[in-house]
Design a protein around this ligand. Structure first.
Ligand SMILES: [Mn+2]
Length: 354
């Protein structure tokens, strides 16, 4: 298992590479070219510069999260082949720089969704939280304003203002796109990517939808075991794989995460490990990583990953905001570092007892 942390890059992330390097057990970071909009080609020089920045700190660039997918690809629009060509060129450029892991998502219009980015907990820490009733009360047009108002001035991954400014147009693009069409469009996209993935040994790792159900009436297809298996079977190539995000899948209490991990053996290329606490149907908050603080059994999750022979990149996922730290919601240093220490402890115990 390669323990990593997500890093948003110079000028974006208040957390430094030096700080990340001092977290015990961290070997690399997962990062991205944060300024790139979906559909833009990543040039070799830009990737090289990013990689050099990371490596200068003594860390490895363990993977990209994310290379975002243009809406024309998700909707199967007239320009999809043009944008898939660009995506392939980006993968080629990443492969040439010895980067072999690409996380992406296939969510229509909105990326991850929360009703509260700083819900106060009893101990004074704050967490990202979701309440379906609160989401239902928001007009989708106001969703971006609601998220950005709470972002502390940071541009949040998946909530780029450039895209959100075209919200009406985006909703119009997805008119008539149901789950089956979205799944077919994903299959088309992946089929076209597989040759370049094979050539450069790049693993594509789709991130589950967050939360793992439909919001604002938009279709969502990466929500649970059956759907994940369908995506993998649709394009049955080992390079078509999954980012096992326990928090996203775990937003739905029906999802049995260790069971999903076993079912996806060989096709999990990246893991986001964090805990969530279910408080009522459709209501959850992101807890500390510790099993007893949330609803997920983190030992069982780490054990399942160990048992399927998963040895790829892992990162703690969102953390709480604690000890007065301010920063990108969910991506402070302190609680993610606590998460790393805990996951390392679980892993060491599992490994030594196996
Ligand atoms: Mn995740």
């Amino acid at each position: 298992m390669q323990m990593t942390m997500r890093w948003f890059g110079p000028g974006h992330d208040p957390v430094t590479l030096q700080q990340i390097r001092q977290v015990p057990g961290i070997v690399g970071v997962i990062t991205t070219l944060y300024n790139k909009l979906p559909g833009e080609r990543w040039e070799v020089a830009e990737i090289k510069a990013l990689k050099e920045t990371v490596e200068k700190s003594g860390l490895k660039l363990s993977g990209i999260e994310s290379v975002n997918v243009h809406d024309a690809i998700k909707t199967g629009g007239a320009e999809r082949d043009k944008y898939i060509d660009i995506y392939i060129e980006t993968l080629e450029n990443l492969g040439k720089q010895d980067i072999h892991l690409v996380c992406y998502n296939f969510m229509p219009v909105f990326d991850w969704t929360r009703s509260d980015l700083a819900k106060m907990r009893e101990d004074g820490s704050t967490v990202l939280a979701y309440d379906q009733k609160a989401i239902d009360a928001i007009n989708p047009d106001d969703m971006f304003a609601s998220i950005s108002k709470q972002s502390g001035g940071h541009t949040l991954a998946g909530w780029e203002p450039e895209r959100m400014a075209r919200l009406k147009e985006l909703f119009a693009m997805y008119k008539g796109i149901d789950e089956e069409k979205l799944l077919a469009n994903l299959g088309y996209f992946l089929t076209r990517l597989m040759p370049v993935c094979e050539k450069y040994n790049i693993n594509m790792a789709i991130h589950p939808d967050d939360p793992a159900w439909s919001v604002f009436g938009l279709p969502r297809i990466v929500t649970g075991k059956e759907k994940l298996l369908r995506i993998l079977q649709n394009v049955d190539n080992p390079h078509n794989g999954v980012t096992l995000c326990t928090g996203s899948l775990g937003s739905n209490p029906q999802n049995d995460i260790p069971d999903i991990i076993s079912a996806l053996k060989g096709r999990i290329h990246f893991a986001h490990v964090r805990n969530v606490r279910h408080t009522a149907p459709g209501v959850f908050e992101e807890s500390a990583h510790l099993s007893s603080d949330g609803s997920l059994d983190m030992f069982a999750i780490m054990k399942a990953l160990y048992d399927i022979g998963f040895r790829g990149a892992v990162r703690p996922d969102h953390g709480r905001a604690i000890w007065g730290e301010t920063g990108m919601p969910g991506y402070g240093l302190y609680d993610r570092a606590l998460g790393v220490a805990y996951l390392n402890g679980l892993y060491e115990a599992i490994d030594k007892m196996s």
